[in-house]
Design a protein around this ligand. Sequence first.
Ligand code: CP
Length: 305
Amino acid sequence: MSMPKSLVSIHDFSKEELLYIVDLAASFEKEYKPVLQGKVVATIFFEPSTRTRLSFETAANRLGARVVGFSDADNTSVSKGETLKDTIMMVSNYVDLIVMRHPKEGSARYASEISRVPVINAGDGANQHPTQTLLDMYSIKKTQGRLDNLTVTMVGDLKYGRTVHSLLQALSQFNTRFKFIAPPELRMPNEYKQYLTEQGLSFTEHTDLAENIDDADILYMTRVQRERFSDLMEYERVKNVYVLKNSLLKNTKPNMRILHPLPRVNEISADVDSNPKAYYFEQARNGMFTRMAIIHYLLHGKATL
Ligand code: CP
């Protein structure tokens, strides 16, 4: 059996495919038809989610596919001891596409290797969140008019943040200037910095937020993720290290936009929500069109745009 094309890591799609998905998302935002009638998509979530699961389910429904799945593995035979392997073998017997979120790094790749149908990684631990990256790329292109030659400033939990890991790898193909702002405990891991160096890209690292955001085209805020810490004392020390407030945005570029994969906790003050530079709620909406494009591509192949 040949393996179907899955989206587990952002590297599974070429630059051309990434750009195709961004363009298809834009096209679906204007118009779409229920071309996936008769298809069934499973969303199997072993970790909590609001945006990713609901936007995938909405995306599948809007394209005419039906959706099955679970958002709480405790209500499945996993609670009786069924393995991930057996769960994937079963679900892939029933459906045309699996969207999976799991706390363990590498679980989505493992699932894709045993599944009869494509697997979309909806987040595997601190590793990758490639569909978030594609919706981030769509949001950047929509707001900046391009993906090339931008300054992208990533803030917060750069150690455990799977969204910044995937995004960094994708944007490294677009001559991005990266700035990383994190407390020493949550710095961007060396493997990602080494990756940028190998791509010939430069980056700078900082700890102060206020002094380092004025040159950003995209300010990518992230949540300090309590669920990734083994030492909760360490979480308590760093959880409120950065709080973005309107007063910090005074000298930022007029067209700068603030992205956040959400959920946020305290890292963006509510007063920023009404600032024209705040884009995170629109970003989440863009996720629905982007996930329509990803499902369509994996089940239907390339369409003429
Ligand atoms: N951005 C994101 O993955 O949100 P959820 O955890 O709500 O799916």
